[in-house]
Design a protein around this ligand. Sequence first.
Ligand code: THU
Length: 143
Amino acid sequence: MSGPDRNMTQRLIAAAFEARKLSYSPYSHYQVGAALLTADGRIVTGCNIENAAYTPTNCAERTAFFKAVSEGHRRFQAIAVAGSPAGDTLTQYACPCGVCRQVMAEFCDPDDFRIIVAGPEGAHRLMTLRELLPESFGPDNLS
Ligand code: THU
């Protein structure tokens, strides 16, 4: 599979930027938005949600996954992520953290699922889950 087409890629990036505006990040001031594309073509968004006790903080990607799974979705095509220190524009690429990669591995095909990471000046990078999490431990290990 080649991943979402150019139009869908731009829609997902735009949705991730919108979700980023809702970031609750009073401690790090690092704002992240994510837009997850389900197998049936819906877009579920998420933002990072921080906490005064720090460890309960949830990343934008996991917010999107947990929202989607809790609404009945278990198969996914792609996720777009837009993260950067507070500000209207991105100054860097925010690749998903290790915990979020592991959550993706629970539900997503390593070669078909695409991770779109938005970057400065409208650019983006496209990766497979296998590239981000090679040799992963997953549901197959327990079947
Ligand atoms: N964060 C995400 O939301 N996604 C990532 O992939 C990396 C980090 C959030 C967590 C925390 O609120 C802030 O960015 C700084 O780590």
